[in-house]
Write a protein that binds this ligand. Structure first.
Ligand code: NAP
Ligand code: GCO
Length: 265
């Protein structure tokens, strides 16, 4: 019986995957047998990514593409199909955050976050779905967030975008499930990557960042997640093992969403 978690023979595009969560997911998918394709916003970052993958023994295919630009995305997907093959697995990972109190945030700043975190997954999904339909199968994994469910101060644009991404996930499931396309989300908890580095910086006196202590108290696992913690869940959602899982957001958060927080000692 074929291993249901195998990705042998599959082409996986992970957006924004020169480093961070996307890079870790790509590594896990490579281990499961997938051919790895990634993009980043400029050649320098793509070259860094190719080098980083090569150091892991992965011959990744890198493309320069700003995922918010539909013409660049359409051209990239066409080039990938020509040079590598039809995309079987799409991970909409590229994302940004701006931590600004809402009433101090400009409309342009709000739009920039929504553009990358919500509009881009729409644009890239729209570019890959037609070939998935022709091929008779496809997997789309949207990288959502705790902020798909919860709010917090200073992340209004990010939470709005990630909440929308949860619903875009459910809508792609609804609209394309009949073509054997499964669209699910992964909602990472607080993960130690460059994106959250400012929340973990040591204080001038060497003490822990207050947010670092806060997150550890809110997480039953008592720790920040590592990008590698997301690899297995991503392989599951990219594989035949999840062919009847659709429109689901899989939270990989160490238990944050289940926990009121450590009680005062
Ligand atoms: P990260 O370290 O900031 O990496 C984000 C990646 O996206 C970078 O490679 C970045 O490229 C790329 N990117 C940004 N804008 C792009 C664009 N317009 N076109 C193409 N690529 C673009 O973030 P991360 O922590 O790995 O997060 C990855 C995803 O997980 C994001 O969607 C984030 O919202 C989500 N997430 C993160 C956490 C966490 O705690 N870290 C938790 C939940 C969800 P450049 O370096 O060139 O800008
Ligand atoms: C923040 C963090 C979070 C994480 C993640 C949590 O400022 O609160 O950056 O948004 O990135 O999205 O799931």
């Amino acid at each position: 019986m074929k291993n249901p978690f195998s990705l042998e023979g599959k082409v996986a595009l992970i957006t924004g995957a020169s480093y961070g969560i996307g890079f870790a997911i790509a590594n896990a998918m490579h281990e499961a047998g997938a051919t790895i394709v990634f993009n980043d916003i400029n050649q320098e970052k793509v070259d860094l990514g190719i080098k980083a993958y090569a150091e892991k023994g992965i011959q990744a295919h890198g493309y320069v593409c700003d995922v918010t630009k539909e013409d660049q995305v359409q051209a990239m997907v066409a080039k990938i199909e020509e040079e590598v093959g039809v995309i079987d697995i799409l991970v909409n990972n590229a994302g940004i955050i701006k931590r600004i109190p809402m009433c101090e945030m400009t409309a342009d700043q709000f739009r920039q976050v929504v553009d990358v975190d919500l509009n881009a997954p729409f644009i890239v999904s729209k570019a890959v779905i037609p070939s998935m339909i022709k091929k008779g199968h496809g997997k789309i994994i949207n990288i959502c967030s705790m902020m798909s469910e919860l709010g917090r101060e200073t992340v209004s644009a990010y939470a709005a975008a990630k909440g929308g991404l949860k619903m875009l996930t459910k809508n792609i499931c609804s609209e394309y499930g009949e073509y054997n396309i499964q669209c699910n989300g992964i909602g990472p908890g607080y993960i130690a990557t460059p994106q959250t580095a400012p929340l973990r910086e040591k204080q001038p006196d060497g003490s822990m960042h207050p947010f670092d202590s806060f997150i550890r108290a809110k997480t039953p696992a008592g720790r920040w997640g590592e990008a590698e913690d997301l690899g297995g869940p991503a392989v599951f959602l990219a594989s035949d093992a999840s062919n009847f899982v659709n429109g689901h957001i899989l939270y990989v958060d160490g238990g944050i969403l289940a926990y009121i927080g450590k009680q005062p000692q």
